[in-house]
Design a protein around this ligand. Structure first.
Ligand SMILES: Nc1ncnc2c1ncn2[C@@H]1O[C@H](COP(=O)(O)OP(=O)(O)OP(=O)(O)O)[C@@H](O)[C@H]1O
Ligand SMILES: [Mg+2]
Length: 341
């Protein structure tokens, strides 16, 4: 039930969730394939918030859904608390995945319009056949925890709620399953700015209260940076940089990351500090990239997928895919031209 401890689920050491070389492809027509996610690796530590950042269409939601096995990835592994989820089906999948919940991208349309709030919030538990006497009490407790008055919203349907209230219902739905891992897919991008802050605060408080690890997916640099411990930057289905969020403003190196930072208000003023390991970053200035349209994931560029928008690109970038390598503590980058040597 919501609010009880999760510590028993956790392995003594190592990540709570591991994603290993995950590939997500969608066949289109007879011959074509959308390469939505191409070899993603994630280790999510207990209590950690990992931000996944990238522009629209870079594969963030596909990655989140594949981690949830909705649908399962084309290839690669997903281990939750030591259990491999890929290959599981039906009841065993639902059982072993129950400790991971996902808040889907669009809060309003992710809720069944015919169901009332108390039904929506308890749906997951009822699917499991839970009909304890205290179910109503648990629903009330969870609605209160997400800042909703149970008496007011109990019998409402999604269209009778604001966007922020819908998102609170989605969070309550997830919390009812007592998860260890919460995947939030763009949880605030559909909301008014004033409501965004409330939902972000709620998620941060919830994380502490319910002892959660979180994957926080968004395209907004400031939002991701503020809520995350680490940030993974995704471009056309591949990771181009992973770094501690406290280093985002000062140490981000990949031309794509720097372009994203430059696109936020005041972001152009950000000047990366020289890194003792990676060396000077003068070459990595954001103007290194020109943000034309995202190339098609049907036919991603060879080598470095970012090269077609990167002013630093050389022949090597077309011929050879850059691998992620460590350039500082907890800081990884996949780029031939920046921080080379
Ligand atoms: N079911 C599907 N069938 C075919 N292509 C798909 C499917 N789902 C996603 N895609 C494609 O995969 C790519 C990645 O999409 P995805 O929704 O994962 O991106 P995203 O980073 O979440 O974008 P956004 O920020 O707009 O939510 C896109 O080109 C998208 O059109
Ligand atoms: Mg998405």
């Amino acid at each position: 039930m919501a609010g009880s401890g999760n510590a028993h689920m956790r392995p003594e050491h190592g990540p709570l969730l591991s994603v290993d070389d995950m590939v997500v492809e969608f066949p289109v027509g007879r011959r074509q394939v959308v390469h939505a996610v191409s070899g993603l690796n994630i280790d999510l530590l207990p209590g950690e918030t990992l931000g996944i950042l990238g522009e629209s269409g870079c594969g963030k939601s596909s990655a989140g859904r594949a981690i949830m096995q909705e649908p399962a990835p084309t290839s690669g592994g997903v281990r939750l608390a030591g259990t491999e989820l890929t290959g599981l089906k039906g009841r065993s999948l639902r059982r072993d995945r129950a400790k991971m919940q996902m808040i889907m991208q669009d809060p309003v349309s992710s809720l069944n319009p015919r169901r009332k709030v108390h039904d929506l919030v308890s749906e997951g538990l009822r699917i499991w056949g839970y009909d304890g006497d205290d179910l109503d009490g648990a629903i009330r407790e969870t609605l209160t925890a997400v800042g909703l008055d149970p008496d007011t919203v109990w019998d409402r349907r999604a269209h009778e709620l604001s966007g922020g209230q819908c998102q609170r219902v989605c969070i309550a739905r997830a919390l009812m399953m007592n998860p260890d891992v919460l995947i939030c897919d763009e949880p605030v991008s559909a909301l008014d700015v004033s409501v965004q802050a409330q939902i972000l605060n709620l998620l941060e408080r919830t994380k502490e209260t319910y002892d959660l690890s979180m994957i926080f997916i968004a395209h907004d640099v400031s939002v991701v940076k503020n809520i995350s411990d680490r940030v993974m930057v995704l471009y056309l289905g591949k990771t181009c940089e992973v770094l501690p969020s406290t280093d985002m403003q000062t140490r981000a190196l990949h031309p794509y990351t720097r372009t994203l930072i430059a696109s936020i208000p005041g972001g152009e003023e950000v000047v990366a500090a020289d890194d003792p390991v990676a060396g000077p970053v003068a070459d990595a200035k954001p103007q290194a990239a020109t943000m034309t349209e995202l190339p098609s994931p049907l036919n991603p560029p060879s080598g470095c997928r970012f090269r077609t928008r990167c002013a630093l690109a050389t022949d090597r970038c077309a011929a050879e895919e850059p691998q992620l390598r460590e350039v500082g503590p907890g800081h990884f980058i996949a780029c031939h031209e920046v921080a080379a040597g």
